[in-house]
Design a protein around this ligand. Structure first.
Ligand SMILES: Cc1cc2nc3c(=O)[nH]c(=O)nc-3n(C[C@H](O)[C@H](O)[C@H](O)COP(=O)(O)OP(=O)(O)OC[C@H]3O[C@@H](n4cnc5c(N)ncnc54)[C@H](O)[C@@H]3O)c2cc1C
Length: 464
């Protein structure tokens, strides 16, 4: 008798796990364990031919396929699909002469930076070394170089993909302009990527790191942040975070269980003198007393993933992102108010609990000037990005975190634009929240053309 596990085993070389089989429960789990992934099978593909075989099988069998490198962006959309895990597609090729990289769909940012940093080159990396390059880039990708380079997706030159009928294609601006546009920011709903080729750039002199104070200094730090970001040139990215460190043994003792406020900064310039000029706005923070950590220093590309001290092991979390239209005192008061004990708004801020962090990233710069050949990610007018993340090991924790996120966004109602970056959508969000109506309509039309049966299921399907 035929079943999905044996059918898939007949067509692929990689490991196949079906429900009820030993190892299935572990294999179906996402990085973010708050998201249940009740999939119909898991295939750990070993090459592009395996990817093509899985997609062709799914198209014929009438089941969906979800591709994942890490599961950082897991959502309920994977329900019932064949989960195609790409971790083994881990090849990184850096061509320093052409300043390009070709990465397999399973490559994480840390592995790419490890190779490109040797040549003083980088791509538009975000805050975490363990996030997948492909998922991040398909969703746009807003990282340390967003102010100087724009979205990571705009650096893509070619995508090697398997289309919804199982055909392998090399997608470029010339070969398939509409699909190429959709893949650069529209997410994983259009084809399964097996490799991406994109531009690298010379990082020049890199400088930056983290400054950290007890949360009692949050008001002073946010006020300084407003001034520093007004002054900052495009070579300087500054992010501020109200953090509640967990009481876990892996957290350094001086931070364990503590409420803190962090300023993370990266500067890039042609030489040391340029970097010195570019970092002048950081002086706003230097007069704030009580700093418990200041590790600013010349950086290598490989250091970029460690600045924000983000966890590198799987956990259960709920995140919410929103573009902010300004950073007025009302906005910072709301964030400080939530950091103060309830009913005592004048008290010093202590903790963002039940959230683990409330972060503001300074945007602007190149994001406001998308190139004429930009992909679906386009540009961003809003000058700041707010993100809020909290632990969600139980439904009760998840509910409390979601409630706090909702309270903050409601209080900020006239200061959020309503749009969210694709890579910051969370379970319960829809792709419609990431795009302007005309962009969404174009994405939907490309989806109908390239995947009329809906075989490929991105984490935030454009048609849902
Ligand atoms: C700790 C942390 C830090 C982060 N920092 C940033 C940041 O600085 N900037 C930012 O913009 N985002 C950031 N994110 C969000 C992150 O970029 C998204 O969650 C992204 O989707 C993760 O990609 P992934 O491949 O790791 O995850 P996955 O869950 O493996 O993939 C996410 C989605 O991408 C698509 N996809 C993945 N691989 C393929 C493929 N081969 N073919 C087709 N579609 C595919 C699918 O739709 C999939 O559901 C961060 C997330 C975390 C958890």
């Amino acid at each position: 008798m035929s079943d999905i596990g044996s059918d898939l085993r007949r067509v692929v070389r990689g490991r196949v796990l079906a429900p009820g089989e030993e190892g299935f429960e572990a294999a179906r789990r996402a990085w973010n364990s708050a998201v249940e992934q009740r999939v119909s099978a898991v295939v750990e593909v070993v090459d592009a031919a395996d990817v093509a075989a899985v997609v062709e099988y799914a198209a014929k069998a009438g089941v969906g396929v979800t591709a994942q490198a890490t599961g950082h962006g897991a959502s309920a959309a994977a329900e019932g699909t064949v989960l195609l895990k790409t971790a083994a597609l881990d090849r990184v090729e850096v061509d320093a002469g052409r300043r390009t990289a070709r990465v397999g769909a399973g490559v994480r940012w840390g592995a790419l930076l490890e190779r490109s940093s040797d040549y003083g080159l980088a791509a538009a990396v975000g805050s975490s070394p363990v996030v997948g390059v492909t998922g991040y880039t398909l969703g746009g990708g807003l990282g340390w170089f967003a102010r100087s380079r724009g979205f990571a997706a705009n650096g893509v030159r070619a995508a090697e993909v398997v289309a919804a009928d199982g055909t392998r294609m090399l997608v470029t601006a010339d070969s398939d302009p509409e699909l190429f546009w959709a893949l650069r920011g529209g997410g994983g709903d259009f084809a399964v990527v097996t490799a991406l080729e994109f531009d690298l750039f010379d990082t020049g002199e890199l400088y930056g790191g983290r400054m950290l104070w007890p949360a009692e200094q949050a008001e002073a730090v946010l006020a300084a942040y407003r001034e520093a970001t007004l002054e900052a040139g495009e070579g300087l990215s500054i992010w501020v975070t109200l953090v509640q460190f967990p009481p876990f043994p892996q957290v350094p003792e001086f931070l364990r269980g503590k409420a803190m406020v962090a300023v993370d900064a990266v500067a890039t310039g042609s030489d040391v003198a340029a970097v010195r000029r570019i970092t002048v706005p950081l002086r706003w923070f230097e007069a704030i007393p009580g700093v418990v950590l200041d590790n600013r220093r010349p950086l290598r590309g490989t250091d970029l993933g460690g600045i924000c001290m983000e966890p590198t092991t799987p956990s259960a979390a709920r995140a919410r992102g929103q573009f902010l239209t300004d950073l007025s005192t009302h906005v910072t008061d709301v964030l400080l108010g939530i950091a103060a004990p309830l009913g005592s708004p004048a008290a010093p801020p202590r903790s963002v609990s039940p959230l683990a962090l409330v972060q503001i990233r300074h945007l602007g710069g190149a994001l406001t000037r998308p190139p004429s050949d930009a992909g679906a990610a386009g540009g961003v007018r809003e000058p700041y990005l707010l993100s809020m993340l909290g632990p969600a090991p139980t439904p009760e924790h998840a509910g409390a975190v979601a409630q706090r996120q909702h309270t903050i966004v409601t209080a900020l109602h006239s200061h959020v634009s309503g749009r969210k970056p694709m890579t910051y959508l969370d379970a319960g969000d829809s792709a419609a929240e990431a795009f302007a109506p005309d962009t969404l309509a174009r994405l939907r039309s490309i989806k109908r053309r390239y995947d009329p049966a809906g075989t490929i299921r991105g984490n935030f399907p454009v048609s849902a």
